[in-house]
Design a protein. Structure first.
Lengths: 206, 616
C-alpha cells in the first residue's frame, strides 16, 4: 500500500483566486501544488501520488472539462472538485458524468471546499485501496492453472463437486483436489469468501 | 385771304397751341420744367412769325428796319427756350456751351441791336424790293450791312454746335431716336435758320425770312418727344396703379401666411438701432405698441442662457462672418418660447451694414417634440443596454465572483492562521493586502456596471475610443472565454479623441462584441472562434472601430436591413440592439454599417465617428 501523504492540486488561471484557494487549503493542513496554467499542471501531475484536484471550470486556453478529459485519457483517476463562477447545469452534468467528485460555485465557503477536498482525497484513497486489492486478487487468479480456473468458475456458481465432475467429465475426487488448490491459491477461507474475491476481480460464474 | 397770310397765320396758331398746351402741363406739374421751356420757345416762335409777316407787308424801309430790329427779341426768347429745353429735357450738351450761346445771343440781339440806331443787321435800309411769293408780292430789304452783324450768325452757329454736342451725347447714351430727332432738327435749322437768313442779310438772296418754319419744325419734333413722354407716363401710371394693387394683394397674402405660421417679420435699422416688428406680433413678443425696440431691449427679452449666443450671432452677421441663423428661447408674457430666426444684412456701397431683415418662427412645439423624442430614444437605449447586459449576466457574475472568491478564501485562510497556536502574522498581513486589492477590483467592476446601467443624461465629451474598447472587453472577457472566443485588439497609436457619450458608445461596442461571439457560437469550431477589433482613422478623418468575427456571415439579401428595428436572428432577441446602435451612432454624427469579410468567413461591423476638432 502507498503511504505517501496526499497532494491537493489547485488549477485556476486567475492568479489572485489561485493564491487565495491555495492559501486556504494550506492553512487547513493540506499539501498543495498550485498551477495557474492547466497545461503545466498536466505536464507535472504525478498519477501515482494520492490526493485530488481543485479545478477552475472556465479558463481561456484549456477549459476545466478539457483538463478532465486529458487526465482521463492518461488513465489518471485523480478525483476532481470543480469550481465555477456560473451555475451552468448542462456543464455540471457533463462534468459529473465523467466522474467529478464535486461541483462548487464561486465564491466558495471554506467548509464546502474543505469538505469536498476531504471527500475527494478519501475517495481517492479508497479507490487506490480498492485498486490495490483487485490487483492482488488478479495476481492470485493468474497463479491458477486453466483447469483450476474452470473449477473456480463452477464453484462460484454454487455447484456441488459431483455436478462439477460431471460437467468437466472427470472424477469427483480430482475436483476435490483442484478445489482445495484453488481455495489455497486464492487465500479464501470459505466458499463465500471465494465468491466475494471472484466477484471483485470480475470473474463471472460458469 | 392771301396764301402768305394764311401760311404764316397757321404756323403762328400752331405755335400758340403748342405753347398753351405746354404751359398747361407745366401749371399742373411745376416740376415739368421742360414743358415750360417748350412753351417759352413756342411763344418766341409765334413772335418771329408775326414779325416776318410785318416785314413782308412793310411799305417803307423805316418800318421794315424797325420790325427787323424788334424780331431779335422773339429770336432771343426762342434761343433761350430751346437751349434750356435741350439741356433740361435731354440732360445733354455742355453747360458752358449753353451759357455761351445764351450770353452771345443776349449781347448781340438785345444789347448791340438796341444800341445801333437801325439794329444789328443793317446800318441803313436803302430800299424795299417787291419779291413774288405764293402768287403775291412781298417786301424784302436792300441795305448796308452792320459790321457787327456777324454776331447773330455766330450765336446761331454756337447754338447748333451745342445741339450737335447734345445729340452726340444722347446717341452715345443709347437713346438713338432722340439723338436723331435733335440731329435732324439741327441740320434743318442750319439750312433754314443759319444759311438762308445770312444769304438774305448779305444781299446774296432776295427772299423773305422763313425762320418761323425752321423753329416750328424743331419745336414740332421736340413736342412729339414730349407727347410720347406724356403717353408713356400715363402707361407707367397705369402699371404703377396695378402693381400697387398687386403689392397690396401680396401683402395681404403675406400677412395671412405670417399669421397662420406664427412668423414674426422684423427689420433692424442698424444705424438708428431700431427694430421694426410686424404689428400683430409685437404683443406676442411682449412689447408695448409704442415702445421703441433697440438691440438692448431685444436682447433683454431673450432667455438669459441664450442671450450671449444671440448677441454673438448678430455681431458675426453684421461683420459678414456668417449668415444670421439661430434658435433661441424668448421670454414673453405667455411664457418661454423657442424661436428659430433667420436674417439677411443689407449693406451700403461702402459695405457698411445698413439694416437687417429677417423672420422668426415659433418652434416651441417642435422643440417639445424633439425633447420627447430624445427622452424616448434615451429610454430605448437604456432598455437595450439593460437587455444586452442581461445577456452578459453570466460574464458579469464571473467578473464579480473572481475577486469575491479570492477575498472569501483569503479571509478564511487568515482566520485559520489566527486560530492556530502560533499565528504567522507576516502571512496574515500579506493576506490582508491581497484582500484589499481584490476588494478594489470588485469595486471597479461594479463601478463599470453602474455606469452602463445608469439611466442618466447623455453627456458628450472628448473620449478615447481605444480605452472604451478595452473597458468593454473587461466586461465581456469571461463571457468570451466561456464561449471559447479569442479576441485580438488592433488599435492604432496616437488616435485623436472623439466627442461622444462613453456609456452609449460602449453600449454599441457591447452589442457588436456580443453579436460577433454569438454568431460564432453555433457555427464555428471552438478553437477557431476569433474576434478582431480594429481601431483606426477612416478615410473621412474620423475614428473607425471595426469588429470582425469569423462566423457564418450575413446573407447578402439581409445585409441592408440588419439595422432595422425588430430584425433578429436570435430565438429570444428583441431585435432592437443594432437599431439602437444605429440611432446612437447617428446621434454622434457618425455612421454604422455591416459587410461580409471579403476573403474570410464571417462578417465585420464598422462604425465611425468624427473626431473632436472637426465637430467643433
Amino acid at each position: 500500500m502507498n503511504e505517501r501523504a496526499p497532494t491537493v492540486y489547485a488549477v485556476d488561471d486567475e492568479p489572485a483566486t489561485l493564491k487565495a484557494i491555495a492559501r486556504l487549503l494550506r492553512a487547513a493542513g493540506w499539501n498543495v501544488a498550485a498551477f495557474s496554467s492547466p497545461g503545466e499542471f498536466l505536464e507535472r501531475v504525478d498519477p501515482a501520488a494520492p490526493g485530488c484536484l481543485v479545478l477552475d471550470m472556465s479558463m481561456p486556453k484549456l477549459t476545466g472539462l478539457e483538463v478532465q478529459q486529458a487526465l482521463g485519457a492518461r488513465g489518471c483517476a485523480l478525483p476532481i472538485v470543480f469550481l465555477t463562477g456560473r451555475a451552468d447545469v448542462p456543464m455540471s452534468v457533463q462534468a459529473m458524468k465523467r466522474g467529478a467528485t464535486d461541483f462548487l460555485t464561486k465564491p466558495v465557503d471554506e467548509e464546502d471546499l474543505l469538505a469536498a477536498v476531504r471527500r475527494a482525497v478519501e475517495s481517492d484513497a479508497a479507490a487506490r485501496k480498492d485498486r490495490a486489492e483487485i490487483a492482488a486478487i488478479e495476481e492470485r487468479l493468474l497463479a491458477l492453472t486453466p483447469r483450476e480456473r474452470e473449477v473456480l468458475e463452477h464453484v462460484i456458481s454454487g455447484k456441488l463437486n459431483k455436478q462439477i465432475a460431471a460437467g468437466l467429465g472427470t472424477g469427483e475426487k480430482t475436483i476435490k483436489v483442484h478445489r482445495g488448490r484453488v481455495m489455497a491459491k486464492m487465500k479464501a477461507a470459505s466458499v463465500a469468501d471465494l465468491v466475494r474475491l471472484a466477484e471483485r476481480a470480475g470473474v463471472r460464474p460458469f | 385771304m392771301s396764301w402768305v397770310t394764311a401760311t404764316w397765320a397757321a404756323a403762328i396758331a400752331a405755335c400758340v397751341t403748342l405753347a398753351v398746351t405746354n404751359m398747361l402741363v407745366w401749371l399742373l406739374d411745376r416740376t415739368a420744367r421742360a414743358h415750360l421751356l417748350m412753351a417759352i420757345a413756342t411763344i418766341g416762335t409765334a413772335g418771329i412769325g408775326v414779325c416776318e409777316i410785318l416785314m413782308m407787308r412793310a411799305e417803307t424801309p423805316e418800318r421794315y428796319g424797325l420790325v427787323l430790329r424788334w424780331v431779335h427779341v422773339p429770336v432771343t426768347i426762342v434761343v433761350v427756350g430751346l437751349v434750356g429745353f435741350v439741356r433740361i429735357y435731354l440732360d445733354a450738351g455742355r453747360p458752358w456751351l449753353a451759357w455761351t450761346v445764351i450770353c452771345t445771343r443776349m449781347f448781340a440781339s438785345l444789347a448791340l441791336n438796341f444800341l445801333f440806331p437801325l439794329g444789328l443787321v443793317y446800318t441803313t435800309v436803302v430800299r424795299l424790293r417787291p419779291v413774288p411769293l405764293f402768287g403775291e408780292t412781298v417786301s424784302v430789304a436792300e441795305g448796308i450791312r452792320n459790321p457787327w452783324g456777324f454776331l447773330g450768325p455766330l450765336s446761331t452757329a454756337l447754338m447748333l454746335a451745342f445741339f450737335a454736342d447734345a445729340a452726340v451725347t444722347t446717341w452715345r447714351r443709347g437713346d438713338r431716336r432722340r439723338a436723331c430727332t435733335l440731329g435732324g432738327s439741327t441740320l434743318l435749322y442750319s439750312a433754314v435758320g443759319l444759311v438762308h437768313p445770312t444769304l438774305i442779310n448779305e444781299g446774296k438772296l432776295r427772299s423773305p425770312y422763313f425762320l418761323t418754319f425752321a423753329f416750328l419744325g424743331i419745336l414740332a419734333a421736340m413736342s412729339f418727344e414730349l407727347a410720347r413722354d406724356v403717353l408713356r407716363a400715363r402707361a407707367l401710371a397705369g402699371q404703377l396703379k396695378s402693381s400697387e394693387a398687386d403689392a397690396r394683394e401680396s401683402e395681404q397674402r403675406l400677412r395671412l401666411a405670417v399669421g397662420a405660421a406664427s412668423i414674426v417679420i422684423w427689420v433692424w435699422d442698424v444705424e438708428r438701432d431700431d427694430f421694426w416688428l410686424s404689428p400683430e406680433t409685437r404683443a406676442l413678443r411682449g412689447y408695448r405698441d409704442s415702445e421703441r425696440i433697440n438691440c438692448a431691449r431685444f436682447l433683454q427679452s431673450v432667455h438669459p442662457d441664450d442671450r450671449e449666443r444671440v448677441r454673438e450671432a448678430l455681431e458675426a452677421s453684421l461683420a459678414g462672418e456668417r449668415e444670421y441663423e439661430i434658435e433661441y428661447r424668448f421670454v414673453s408674457p405667455g411664457g418661454e418660447r423657442w424661436v428659430s430666426s433667420k436674417g439677411v444684412v443689407e449693406r451700403d456701397a461702402a459695405g457698411n451694414a445698413v439694416r437687417m431683415r429677417g423672420a422668426s418662427v415659433d418652434i416651441t412645439a417642435r422643440k417639445a417634440a424633439d425633447a420627447e423624442l430624445l427622452l424616448q430614444r434615451n429610454e430605448l437605449a437604456h432598455l437595450s443596454r439593460v437587455t444586452i447586459l442581461g445577456e452578459l449576466s453570466g460574464s458579469l457574475a464571473h467578473e464579480l465572483n473572481q475577486p469575491l472568491t479570492a477575498i472569501l478564501s483569503n479571509a478564511q485562510a487568515a482566520q485559520r492562521h489566527l486560530a492556530g497556536p502560533a499565528p504567522d502574522l507576516g502571512e496574515v498581513q500579506e493576506i490582508l493586502k491581497d484582500i484589499v486589492a481584490e476588494d478594489k477590483r470588485a469595486g471597479e467592476v461594479i463601478r463599470r456596471l453602474r455606469l452602463l446601467l445608469r439611466k442618466g443624461e447623455v453627456i458628450h465629451q472628448p473620449l478615447d475610443l481605444s480605452g472604451a474598447v478595452e473597458d468593454v472587453l473587461k466586461i465581456t472577457r469571461s463571457d468570451l472565454v466561456h464561449q471559447d472566443v479569442a479576441v485580438t485588439i488592433d488599435a492604432a497609436a496616437g488616435l485623436p479623441a472623439v466627442i461622444g457619450d462613453r456609456v452609449q458608445l460602449q453600449q454599441v461596442l457591447l452589442n457588436l462584441v456580443v453579436n460577433g461571439s454569438e454568431a460564432m457560437a453555433g457555427a464555428t469550431a471552438p478553437g477557431e472562434r476569433r474576434l478582431t477589433i480594429r481601431v483606426g482613422r477612416d478615410e473621412a478623418g474620423g475614428v473607425r472601430v471595426s469588429v470582425a468575427d469569423c462566423g457564418p456571415g450575413i446573407p447578402a439579401e439581409r445585409l441592408a436591413n440588419v439595422f432595422e428595428p425588430f430584425f433578429t436572428t436570435k430565438p429570444h432577441g428583441l431585435g432592437l440592439g443594432l437599431a439602437v446602435c444605429r440611432t446612437i451612432i447617428e446621434a454622434h454624427g457618425g455612421r454604422i454599417w455591416a459587410e461580409n469579410n471579403p476573403d474570410a468567413p464571417g462578417a465585420t461591423f464598422h462604425f465611425s465617428i468624427p473626431v473632436a476638432a472637426e465637430r467643433a
